[in-house]
Design a protein around this ligand. Sequence first.
Ligand code: ZN
Length: 234
Amino acid sequence: MTRFAYSAIPLAGSAFLAWAVRGRSAAVFGPSVWHGPRGRRAIALTFDDGPSESTPQILEALARYDAPATFFQCGANVERLPAVARAVAAAGHAIGNHSYAHPYLFAHGPSAIEQDLRRAQETIQTCTGIRPAWFRAPFGARWFGLAKALKRLELTGVMWTAIGYDWNLKAEGVVERLARRTANGAILCLHDGRELRVDPDIGETVKAVRQLVPMLLDQGYKLETVNRLLCPTT
Ligand SMILES: [Zn+2]
């Protein structure tokens, strides 16, 4: 990273840096998509931090409605639960890269960031046969070096239109929060794991998905993978 970029930050102020790192539409550390086209009544459900022991419950809830989704998997979790990662792919869902070890990117230099993303990319591809085209930053936090790593790995950053806070809220709160923010082209973020935790409790997320999916379908939304939402003609 250049000297200029580092020295520019204190001048710009910490509010700017906070936005650059976490703002859903910020492109300072590389472009990220956070919304699909508003002209179609379609949305994308996305799940981060998996696979986990409970991912099959999410798959079951989605299968009930034939609803495709996108799973941003962590390489370390894929390595731990390869059969679950493969089940996600076999069910027809899209798989994105959510890093290997779920690090805070700002604790690392550009080469470590690229190494982590590449390791996730290779682990996911080896296990599922899918080479991800999309990347979601751990904690939604981007950093120096990320843009270059994404370019080299041919990944596009994807943030979200609305996030469920499903690691914190009860299912009803998650559903209410997401339903209120859903509109044409929305990308909704939930979690089928909790970073790299073994056997995490995602019970509220499972409950939320069971309520949310039929509710959105009733409202006329089509559920699509991120690929389909953002590239409807391919
Ligand atoms: Zn995450």
